[in-house]
Design a protein around this ligand. Structure first.
Ligand code: AHM
Ligand code: MG
Length: 336
């Protein structure tokens, strides 16, 4: 039988590369893993968990309808991570403001931002969803955490990753030393290393975009997709394939496994609503950019490296273009 490294063993071995590590980070990551296992168990019940299905009758701060599972997953994430003394505070797509760790618990040095259940429009139809998270260090000298403490560029993340609730449950993460993927073994409850040092091929012939927004896109994106559609007869000289799951975790996971470009670019429809993109910088774009860059890919707004964007507010949105290096470079060339 193949002997696979467990995620816990992997994290502890990683810790040994940092001689001054106190174990706080390892503790935090262990709590994140627990949260994701619980959310995995909940989402896999599907229609059997009737009390968890459907809309919650509320909207988040961004005016989007919240599903009951969005709120339950958010609660699970908080309960699993707030108590152990590793965190100073958290911020979530599903909460208006940040959540400082309650005073009855010791305060740690880390901050975490997360989207507890990304792609939740897919819940009711039994299609893959996921959790995305990003860990950074709280600014020194802060007592009670405030929203401004989270406004750090993605380049300052110390760890980021996602958990994909698909045909199998997978945790994929980076601490800045490559990207590793672990699959949940349901018989033991362990995540085991199945995808070591994931690398995105530099070239691809697969793209992922909500093509129904074509008429609203900027000319650079329209040009690129039009050229893909021309296939071998057009300037790109090869045939392309298109995939759109409408679940960022699943769409980005695919490009991590076999290459591709994922885009949620700026468009006139979003602009008319006063939005600078669809996806959120702190909960979606930054963590996924860290993972993609660590797997040799690129992640950009079209005009700037996503991880260099200075966040100005907690729920800020950005255009996202990420994936196979050569293809993303081509699209960036069209923007300039
Ligand atoms: P969510 O965080 O509310 O689930 O929204 C983010 C999701 C992404 O997972 C996905 O890429 C995108 O929204 C899908 O958008 P669309 O509905 O335009 O296809
Ligand atoms: Mg989301």
């Amino acid at each position: 039988m193949v002997q696979r490294t467990s995620l816990l063993k992997f994290i502890i071995e990683e810790q040994r590369h940092h001689p001054h590590a106190t174990g706080e980070f390892t503790g935090l990551l262990t709590d994140v893993v627990t949260a994701c296992k619980k959310i995995s168990s909940l989402t896999s019940c599907g229609g059997l968990a009737e009390q968890a299905m459907g809309t919650a009758g509320s909207e988040n701060v961004q005016g989007e309808t919240q599903k009951k599972l969005d709120i339950l997953s958010n609660e699970i994430f908080i309960e699993s991570t707030e108590w152990s003394g590793n965190l100073a505070g958290m911020a979530s797509e599903e909460m208006d403001d940040c959540y400082p760790v309650p005073s009855q618990y010791p305060r740690g040095k880390y901050l975490i931002t997360f989207d507890p259940l990304d792609g939740s429009s897919n819940i009711d139809i039994n299609v893959s969803v996921g959790t995305i998270f990003s860990i950074m260090v709280a600014p020194e000298g802060t007592d009670t955490v405030v929203n401004e403490d989270f406004l750090q560029p993605g380049a300052r993340q110390v760890c980021a990753g996602y958990c994909l609730y698909g045909t199998s449950t997978m945790m994929v993460l980076t601490t800045g030393r490559g990207v590793n993927g672990f699959t949940l073994d349901r018989s033991t409850g362990d995540f085991l290393l199945t995808h070591p040092m994931m690398e995105i091929p530099a070239d691809t012939n697969e793209y992922s975009i909500n093509q129904s927004n074509h008429r609203h896109w900027e000319p650079a994106v329209q040009r690129y997709i039009d050229e893909c559609l021309q296939g071998a007869d057009g300037p790109l000289g090869k045939n392309y394939n298109m995939r759109w799951i409408a679940s960022m975790v699943a769409d980005v996971h695919r490009l991590l496994c076999r290459g591709g470009v994922f885009m949620y670019p700026m468009d006139a429809k979003l602009q008319a609503k006063g939005q600078n993109g669809k996806l959120r910088l702190l909960y979606e774009a930054n963590p996924m950019s860290f993972v993609v860059e660590q797997a040799q890919g690129l992640a950009s707004t079209g005009r700037q490296r996503i991880m260099e964007v200075q966040p100005e507010e907690l729920h800020q949105r950005v255009p996202v273009i990420m994936g196979s290096r050569n293809e993303v470079e081509r699209i960036l060339g069209y923007h300039s």
